[in-house]
Design a protein around this ligand. Structure first.
Ligand code: HEC
Length: 133
C-alpha cells in the first residue's frame, strides 16, 4: 500500500469515529427529558420506600428529588404558570423528608400522595396550555 492510500484509510477511520460519536450524542435524550426520567425513577422508589417503611431509602429518594428541582434543566422548565406547581411539589418533598426523619408512616403516605398529585397537576396544566385552554 502506498502512503497516500494509508492516509486515505486513516482519514476514513477518523471520519467514522466522528460520525459514530455524533450519533451517540444525538441519541442522548435532551436534558429536560433526562431530568423527567430520573424524576419518575425516584418517585417510583419513594412509593417502594413508603410501602415498606424503608426510612433510609425514603430520605435518600426524597432528597434526590429535591436535588432535581434545583437542576438547571428543571429550573429552565418552570414558567410563571407552573411556578405554583413547583412550589407545591417542593413543599410535598419537604414533608416527605421530614416524615422519613421522624419515621412517621401516616405523614409519609400523605406526603407521597400529595407529591404524586403535583406531578399530575403540573402535566395537566401544561397539556391544557398546549391545547390553548
Ligand atoms: C412543575 C411542573 C412539573 C412537575 C411538578 C412534574 N413534572 Fe414531569 N414534566 C414537566 C414538564 C415541563 C415536562 C415536559 C418536559 C419536556 O419533555 O420538555 C414533563 C415531562 C415528564 C415526563 C415525560 C418525559 C418524556 O420522556 O417525555 C415524565 C415521565 C415526568 N414528567 C415525570 C414526572 C414525575 C414522576 C413527577 C412527580 C414526581 C413530575 N413529572 C412532576 C413538568 C413537571
Amino acid at each position: 500500500m502506498d502512503k497516500a492510500s494509508i492516509r486515505h484509510r486513516s482519514l476514513g477511520c477518523v471520519l467514522l469515529v466522528v460520525l459514530l460519536g455524533m450519533q451517540a450524542a444525538s441519541a442522548q435524550p435532551p436534558p429536560a427529558k433526562e431530568v423527567m426520567r430520573q424524576k419518575l425513577a425516584h418517585a417510583q422508589a419513594v412509593l417502594g420506600a413508603v410501602v415498606t417503611s424503608d426510612w433510609t431509602a425514603l430520605g435518600r429518594e426524597s432528597r434526590a428529588l429535591m436535588a432535581l428541582t434545583k437542576d438547571p434543566a428543571w429550573v429552565a422548565l418552570v414558567t410563571p404558570d407552573t411556578r405554583h406547581r413547583t412550589d407545591s411539589f417542593v413543599l410535598a418533598l419537604q414533608d416527605l423528608i421530614s416524615s422519613a426523619d421522624r419515621r412517621n408512616l401516616d405523614d409519609a403516605v400523605m406526603a407521597e400522595v400529595s407529591m404524586n398529585l403535583q406531578c399530575v397537576r403540573c402535566h395537566q396544566l401544561m397539556a391544557r396550555q398546549k391545547r390553548g385552554q
